[in-house]
Design a protein around this ligand. Structure first.
Ligand code: B12
Ligand code: SF4
Length: 479
């Protein structure tokens, strides 16, 4: 059985500057198959790393001759490129079984299979075990009815099999399968975060989150469970990537780094292995957890943690409540201060475009961003990603004005607020960036900062090009 995993040509998310990420999700699925299924031949085609366009993709599929083509969207905004990839496979050979999965397709299996007849199977939720079973039974289509966790067409009808229970122990999963993309390994980088030459790897230290924010896909996708690998295992994986693949910048994919003694123990484990001097790492965390972990921050910094993304989301307690975020603006302030005191780059994410947002409330967000004075702020527009509570509410109330999935990237306005049109929300996003990165004092402070990362970011953020890109999103758009 030959399986080709295709990472389709994807647009860069321009807010983060230049980067090329390894297609971690499909790498992990592929390496799981390699370990668990007999008689499989696997190849990964990373179109972004290899500059493969649609024509060339067709040729590559043809020359490999796969039985199965699998592709992953990562985010809703990549839905159409995944569908086009699977369409390309079907064009080469209609007998190829086409498979996808991930957050978007898991949330909308019925709609996706209806809309895209080129998709044969949607793997819902956790992918490893379901894909392995599918590959084993690929030759007997009648057996598909028994495979838990898939949606597919049976006798012309879309069928949704019962879900599959989650893997109990994440440490049963193999180590990151970067050997499958070894020819591209030196191309993966995140210029803005780590510099152009630093090799970039993703590592998964946990899955899911115990919180229930209304705008977030992750807790539902992972069924409200938060499963962790042990600090020893995570440090081992980091060391494995650093020693074998020269990874210099490691992004933990965790939705939520979390509370407990985990941060402290992980710092100890990494420091024991002595890789903190040679590689840096990044993680997303909640403000309350940063405060809870404040004693561990110095050793986390020593272990190479140089950058933390804080989900601050908003300055208004009522909006934070509506989002079910469970933090306060004061906690955000304290968390930013703690990170900065420990020389950890404090990156803040704020969301505008909530239903009650007005020009005045967004002005407060801008003031709050200035007041927080984090090293880096990213503003995003509230986006009704399928699978979230916000999506259900917006659909129910007819708020969604743009159903082009490629715009679901948190920089395009999808819904108006009670008082602002969609174009006005879009305009406000530009104003937020202009207000934070425009003032000359902040620009100079950033451009001449002692901190190398800050200098790099400000060169990009304060440049006209980025602000122009935000402006182009509403200039000329119909009201
Ligand atoms: C690292 C990361 C990035 C990196 C890129 C990584 C990459 N490989 O391309 C960067 C920073 C560039 C990025 C950008 C964006 N990201 Co991002 N990102 C992540 C993050 C943190 C980790 C992804 C990952 O590797 N996960 C680990 C893998 C193993 O999990 P997985 O992808 O879910 O796959 C499992 C299952 O879902 C399933 N599965 C998934 N696909 C498939 C396919 C098949 C065939 C099968 C069988 C199974 C299957 O099986 C896998 C194993 O069980 C996730 C959050 C998260 N923890 O997943 C957000 C996340 C995917 N990003 C998100 C978003 C919104 C974006 C952006 C739009 C911008 C933004 N605001 O952040 C852009 C989009 C850029 C683009 N055009 O592609 C959202 C997506 C929500 C949605 N439904 O759209 C997420 C979920 C974050 C969140 N909390 O909301 N991202
Ligand atoms: S936004 Fe963060 S804290 Fe909230 S549910 Fe998602 S991952 Fe958890």
């Amino acid at each position: 059985m030959r399986i080709l995993f295709v990472e389709p040509p994807k647009d860069i998310w321009f807010v983060m500057g230049e980067y090329l990420p390894p297609p971690y999700g499909i790498i992990q699925l592929a390496t799981y198959l390699e370990k668990k299924v007999k008689d499989v031949e696997i190849q990964i085609l990373d179109c972004n790393a290899q500059h493969v366009d649609w024509k060339e993709m067709e040729k590559r599929i043809e020359s490999y001759g796969p039985d199965i083509v699998a592709s992953s969207s990562l985010a809703t905004c990549n839905t159409y490129v995944v569908a086009r990839t699977l369409e390309t496979a079907k064009k080469v050979n209609p007998n190829i079984i086409t498979v996808t999965g991930g957050q978007h397709f898991t949330a909308l299996p019925q709609e996706s299979l209806q809309e895209h007849p080129v998709i044969d199977v949607v793997v819902r939720g956790e992918g490893e075990q379901t894909l392995a079973e599918l590959v084993t039974k690929a030759k007997q289509k009648s057996a598909f009815l028994k495979i838990r966790g898939i949606s597919f067409r049976h006798n012309g009808e879309i069928t949704h099999n019962p879900s599959r229970p989650l893997i109990e122990n994440l440490e049963e999963l193999p180590y990151p399968g970067y050997h499958l993309v070894k020819d591209d390994i030196d191309k993966y980088h995140f210029a803005m975060m780590a510099g152009r030459g630093a090799r970039y790897a993703l590592i998964e230290a946990s899955r899911g989150c115990p919180h229930e924010c209304t705008f977030c896909t992750q807790w539902r996708h992972w069924e409200g469970k938060w499963r962790l690998k042990s600090p020893e295992r995570v440090a081992d994986e980091m060391e494995f990537c650093h020693r074998n693949y020269g990874s210099k910048f490691i992004w933990l994919t965790d939705d939520n780094f979390g509370a407990g003694t985990r941060a402290n123990d992980l710092a100890d484990e990494i420091n024991k292995r002595g890789i903190g001097e040679e590689a840096t790492w990044f993680v997303q965390a909640r403000c309350d957890d940063v405060i809870r972990n404040k004693e561990a921050l110095p050793k986390l910094r020593k272990s190479g943690l140089t950058w933390v993304l804080l989900g601050v989301e908003n300055s208004e307690p009522s909006t934070l409540d509506a989002f079910k975020k469970g933090i306060t603006p004061e906690e955000a302030k304290t968390a930013v201060e703690l990170l900065k005191e420990n020389d950890i780059f404090a990156h803040v994410m704020l969301i505008i475009g909530g239903r009650k947002d007005t020009v005045q409330s967004i002005r407060k967000q801008k003031e709050f961003a200035n007041d927080l004075d984090s090293d880096f702020v990213m503003f995003g527009i509230l986006t009704p990603f399928p699978g979230t509570e916000i999506y259900q509410e917006a659909k129910r109330n007819g708020w969604i004005e743009d159903s082009n999935w490629s715009h679901y990237d948190m920089v395009h306005a999808i819904m108006p607020t009670e008082t602002l049109s969609r174009v006005e929300v879009q305009e406000q996003l530009y104003e937020c960036y202009r207000s934070f990165y425009g003032p000359i004092a902040r620009k100079l402070g950033g451009l001449f900062s002692k901190n190398k990362m800050k200098r790099r970011i400000f060169r990009y953020m304060a440049g006209r090009a980025l602000l122009d890109q935000f402006k182009s999103l509403f200039a000329g758009a119909p009201e």
